[in-house]
Design a protein around this ligand. Structure first.
Ligand code: AMP
Length: 380
């Protein structure tokens, strides 16, 4: 049966999901996205658009009445509204899974209860509570907003007792949690999928380099030992087994100095660190997500070629219309997201550099260093 796919969010992830959907006409007849920006990225890729806020109940219910199956590219949707919409249409991943994941405290509690390794954490309700509980963790420690935080904007690193009050005030009354600081040697992630029949597949573990808390570069595969690789993939599979609902999930992890793996957080959606799969794998994470929610067999996740994904971010010193110099290079795949304006640190596009000639990861990193600055957005 051909289905109409609804996506909450029409940014770059919605755009690449739409492009994958257009390649599956035997399963998906149409794509409708809900996004507040007229002519959003996904609409430019051919999706129909309902212009509205991600949390707008009427807009979500309108999407539910038009789509046979709904998914999302952002995790900040209102899970209770989605639960209401569930009586009208199928939603994957399930609103209940979303509810748990979008609250970092509930998410970590869920993982811990299922014996999946995470750093120590505790709920914080007041300054006195913080004062008391931080003594168990020592300094530094991370105070985090439980909800609606991404790209590190919801974190405050507490370096000493003198920071406590400022840290609490920074969040102006939002629900909070405290985490023990992990002295990690690397941040990695596993893109994992579970389909509606319970089949699970993981892509090889990749290494993520952040700058100012925003992903800058993903190195696939991660430069870790075989043991770390298999442990990360085992943990990702176990996480998928205990989570309900279907779809692709981005599972971010720390590798500690002792090579222990701890989950940092899970995104219930396709993930920036999975963009390399557009060129490095037979099945992109976007196709995989659609296969998972439609109940199709999952695709091959083998990494065919080592690949580095590099994010093109808006420069700090400029806001407005921009252009990207046109540079053609063998094995380099540029993907721009059709965003009209550059803003500081805004994700405008990415490129994948694929190692087809076996130059090795060091060679690939050298090539990245030679080309990355050429893709700097400039005022149009
Ligand atoms: P988050 O938004 O919680 O994923 O955190 C953003 C970034 O903060 C992560 O990518 C890490 O670099 C860092 N971070 C988060 N939690 C911890 C932690 N418990 N210990 C050390 N660094 C952390």
């Amino acid at each position: 049966m051909r289905q109409i796919l609804g996506i909450i969010g029409g940014g770059q992830l919605g755009m690449m999901l739409t492009e994958a959907a257009k390649k599956m006409p035997e399963h998906i007849s149409d794509v409708i996205v809900l996004d507040p920006t007229p002519n959003c990225s996904a609409a430019q890729a051919g999706a129909k658009q309902i212009v509205g806020d991600f949390k707008d109940k009427d807009a979500i219910l309108e999407l539910a009445s038009k789509a046979d199956i709904i998914t999302y590219e952002i995790e900040s949707g209102d899970s209770s509204v989605l639960k209401t919409a569930e009586s009208k249409t199928t939603i994957n991943p399930s609103p209940e899974t979303l509810r748990i994941i979008q609250d970092k405290f509930l998410q970590k509690t869920f993982l811990k209860d299922n014996k999946i390794p995470v750093t120590d954490f505790v709920e914080i309700t007041s300054l006195n509570d913080l004062r008391e509980k931080i003594s168990d963790f020592g300094y530094p420690a991370l105070l985090k907003a439980r909800r609606d935080a991404y790209d590190g904007r919801g974190n405050f690193k507490i370096k000493s007792e003198a920071d406590l009050e400022q840290a609490l005030n920074y969040f102006s009354g939002k629900p909070l949690m405290l985490e023990r600081f992990v002295d990690f040697k690397m941040e990695v992630s596993v893109i994992a999928a579970r389909n509606t029949k319970g089949q699970i597949a993981t892509y090889p573990v990749v290494e993520n380099i952040h700058e100012n808390n925003i992903l800058k570069m993903t190195i696939a595969p991660a430069r870790v030992t075989k043991n770390v690789t298999s442990e990360a993939e085992k943990i990702a599979k176990e996480t998928m087994r205990v989570l309900h609902g279907a779809g692709v999930f981005g599972i971010e992890m720390f590798v500690t100095r002792q090579d222990q793996i701890l989950i940092n957080e899970i995104a219930p959606r396709v993930h920036n660190s999975g963009h390399h799969t557009l060129q490095s794998s037979r099945t992109s994470q976007f196709e995989q997500h659609l296969r998972a929610i439609l109940g199709l067999d999952l695709g091959d996740t083998t990494l065919i070629h080592p690949t580095i994904m590099y994010n093109i971010l808006g420069p700090d010193n400029f806001q407005g219309k921009y252009k990207i110099p046109e540079i053609k290079q063998d094995n380099l795949y540029l993907k721009m997201y059709g965003k009209e304006e550059s803003k500081p640190q805004r994700k405008l596009g990415h490129f994948n550099l694929v190692d087809r000639k076996n130059i090795g990861m060091e060679g690939l990193l050298e090539s990245i260093n030679l080309v990355k600055d050429k893709f700097r957005p400039i005022p149009a």
